[in-house]
Design a protein around this ligand. Structure first.
Ligand code: ADP
Ligand code: MG
Length: 719
């Protein structure tokens, strides 16, 4: 094994450089693999194009004749670019994307064909995708349905058609279907509220920009670590002497091998119409970030999935592996995916953009305060939306946003809200400057950039958008974004109802709005936190405030099944009871599997690699101790080390044995939730840390030449 370690290190150190050259200016190739609006316009008859565009803009169904025309144009376009196949591309609940390729070639006629019906709907054999018991295998049929709001694209030689995936009885089996419904819900609710101010607003769309963090390691080093290969994270590994203490990696110059990789995957991403725009080093060694410009939330979600996939494929060509796991290396920064979110009207107004006009600021405040209130009311759901085995390692650890949901808004907006709250019950009379009287005439147009001060907040306002930072690096953004849009939709509906009631009672509209806002500011004050989210003090303070701090996934998921949650999901027709229950089943199941795999990998590595290595080294020391004794030299230190190693071996033998017995007991449990909690508390909670501690100590004690696993310092300082 140590042979494997050293040969991996040698391979990693001797990689040839790959010179990456862009095929011209970005504008020459941006979106060249996308069947976008301009491609459609060029290939479709004007009336057909108008029909498609209307369907896309208004989220309407595409009729058969239009679908046939689009399919035929898409086929011609795709074939002109060398595509031979097409696939419905969807996002099942496995967390990745799925595709089943069909050829355009029709063997009967000897021609390439692609009908509208094949574009609109397909029936992939869905029995092997998780469904949480919605379909038993004998009725294992679901279908994928075209989502015209996200453009088709070519990946390899295949035309990919973004689709949703639903069961025959109509239940969503994927991540995208509920997102689309939540987007519709927030559109409806936000548009209604906008119309209190501006009748011209007929549509509100959420937008999303994802900052994607990732680690990169050499492929050979990666392959020599069974834990990375099997579970996506290192279950052992002592901290390197030089970790991220120096903070010299952050924004530092990018290592050449990584730079080539970045350029390469960015070119591929740009061809796919993914508007990647920034790249830089992150805080931890070998950690980086890529961020595209924000887009419509549905497209941004598809693009993030596609980007991760592209990065993995391109990494392979550079003999690298890219890691999206939330915590691949203990003691170093975890990996997140900041979800920058805002609401934008069809009139082009970002509803979270403060303005110099007091009138517009009332609009801003309305959406701003309602979002804070939504986070307050549904903190548990928001927490659940980012729950995963991987993210549990990250949330609440020292260098990641805590599991306590709170909102950071910065000192300027805090004083605006404080003032508004204070100025209760003012009488506004004819001729008064109401905005001034209410103290909302003076919101600074440009909010100072808070980013550096609020890194510790899971949900921060950053000038003209909210940034949900607790989202895990490997997550599909559809899940947190479904929840965020849903809870804001619900909150806005309630707001509208309250304002309307007040107006009916004869209150002036603006005053009614301000009154409700003031109430919300008071009600949701507890969720606002400006301090250090990583501190122990905050944990105590949050507890005092009655904010929840659910540290593990199995329990966080309960939030989906509360009465309040079920009602909200149903009211906005985002997910039904059956769907919610099925999804939780799948999430608990997936949690169990992840912990089970980690536990097994630990056991295997310890029994097959760590303990044998420790015994070998122990024997060497015993020889040494005997030799020293024979020469009459003091061997106390050696005996001491032998004793330590013996103790650690003992800890490991017992730990692995007991952990395995515990797994056997838990595997017999019937209830999935109970089982997930048992894995969390009785396997991970009871054993992982102690076992790891012993292994990491052995790593320090045992001769470097003998140690079987590639060490952190060898993996993390790629040049
Ligand atoms: P940071 O200071 O957090 O690095 P940036 O300004 O670089 O923030 O933006 C981060 C991400 O936020 C980018 O993807 C950017 O496109 C996105 N973003 C900017 N404005 C908006 C908005 N109005 N809605 C959604 N995302 C946005
Ligand atoms: Mg950010």
């Amino acid at each position: 094994m140590s042979k494997l370690r050293f040969s991996a290190i040698e391979q990693a150190n001797n990689r040839p450089t790959i010179d990456v050259k862009a095929p011209g200016k970005i504008s020459d190739f941006y979106g060249e693999n996308v069947f976008g609006l301009s491609e459609m316009q060029a290939l479709l008859a004007p009336d057909v194009f108008k029909q498609v565009k209307k369907s896309i803009d208004q989220g309407l169904k595409v009729d058969e004749i239009t679908a046939d025309a689009v399919a035929s144009a898409a086929k011609a376009w795709a074939m002109s670019k060398g595509a031979t196949h097409f696939t419905h591309w969807f996002q099942p609940l496995t967390g990745t994307t799925a595709e089943k390729h069909d050829t355009f070639f029709d063997y009967l006629s000897g021609l390439e064909r692609f009908k509208g019906s094949a574009l609109v709907q397909q029936e992939p054999d869905a029995s092997s995708f998780p469904n949480g018991g919605i379909r038993s295998t004998f009725e294992a049929r679901g279908y994928t349905a075209w989502d015209p709001s996200s453009p088709m694209f070519i990946y390899g030689v295949t035309l990919c058609i973004p689709t949703i995936f639903v069961s025959y009885t109509g239940e969503a089996l994927d991540n995208k279907a509920p997102l689309l419904k939540a987007v519709e819900a927030v559109d409806k609710a936000a548009t209604k509220v906008c119309q209190l101010f501006d009748r011209k607003v007929t549509r509100v769309k959420p937008s999303l920009g994802c900052e994607q963090e990732y680690f990169v390691v050499d492929k050979a080093l990666y392959n020599s670590r069974p834990d990375l290969v099997m579970s996506g994270r290192t279950v052992f590994g002592h901290n390197p002497a030089r970790g991220q203490q120096l903070d010299d990696h952050y924004f530092g110059s990018i290592p050449p091998r990584i730079y080539d990789f970045m350029k390469d995957f960015e070119i591929e991403a740009l061809k796919l119409g993914i508007p990647v725009s920034t790249r830089h080093n992150e805080v931890a060694p070998s950690q980086f970030e890529v961020a595209p410009v924000f887009e419509d939330i549905n497209v941004a979600t598809d693009h993030n999935q596609l980007l991760m996939d592209t990065m993995e494929k391109v990494a392979e060509q550079h003999s690298l592996r890219v890691l999206f796991h939330e915590k691949p290396f203990a003691g170093l920064n975890g990996t997140g995916k900041h979800n920058n979110w805002s609401l934008i009207t069809n009139t082009g107004v970002n509803l979270f953009q403060p303005s110099s006009s007091a009138r517009e600021n009332l609009v801003f405040l309305t959406f701003f305060v309602n979002t804070i209130k939504a986070v307050y009311e549904y903190a548990d759901l928001l927490r659940a939306s980012i729950a995963s085995a991987g993210n549990d390692h990250r949330l609440g650890a020292n260098e990641a946003p805590p599991a306590i949901m709170s909102v950071f808004i910065g000192s300027q907006l805090t004083s605006v809200l404080d003032e508004l709250e204070k100025n209760g019950n003012i009488k506004v009379e004819k001729g008064d400057n109401m905005y001034m009287k209410l103290g909302i005439d003076k919101i600074p147009e440009i909010i100072l950039d808070n980013t550096d001060r609020n890194r510790t907040s899971p949900f921060a306002f950053t000038g003209n958008k909210f940034e949900f930072r607790a989202v895990g690096g490997s997550a599909n953004t559809a899940s947190p974004m479904t929840i965020l849009n849903l809870i804001v939709a619900e909150q806005l509906s309630q707001f509208y109802g309250e304002v309307e009631r007040d107006i009916k009672k004869g209150t002036d509209k603006k005053l009614a709005i301000v009154n409700v806002l003031r109430k919300y500011i008071k009600d949701s004050k507890k969720v606002r936190f400006e301090g250090d989210g990583y501190s122990e003090d905050w944990v105590k303070e949050a507890e005092k405030r009655g904010l929840e701090n659910v540290k593990d996934t199995p329990r966080a998921l309960d939030a989906y099944l509360t009465k309040k949650a079920r009602k909200t999901f149903k009211e906005h027709t985002v997910l039904s009871d059956i769907e919610l229950e099925a999804r939780n089943e799948i999430s608990w199941e997936s949690y169990i599997m992840k912990i089970q795999i980690e536990s097994r990998v630990m056991g295997d590595l310890i029994l097959n690699h760590i303990i044998p290595t420790a015994i070998n080294y122990q024997n060497k020391l015993i020889q040494n101790a005997n030799g020293l004794k024979g020469l009459g030299i003091d061997n106390k230190e050696v005996l001491n080390n032998i004793k330590k190693i013996t103790d650690y071996i003992d800890t490991l033998n017992k730990g692995v044995h007991n952990m395995t017995e515990e797994r056997k007991r838990i595997n017999k449990l019937e209830d999935t939730r109970e089982k997930a909690i048992a894995y969390c508390d009785d396997v991970k909670g009871k054993y992982f840390d102690d076992i790891r501690y012993a292994v990491d100590k052995l790593e320090l004690l045992i001769d470097d030449e003998d140690w079987p696993l590639v060490k952190y310092r060898e993996m993390l300082f790629l040049r």
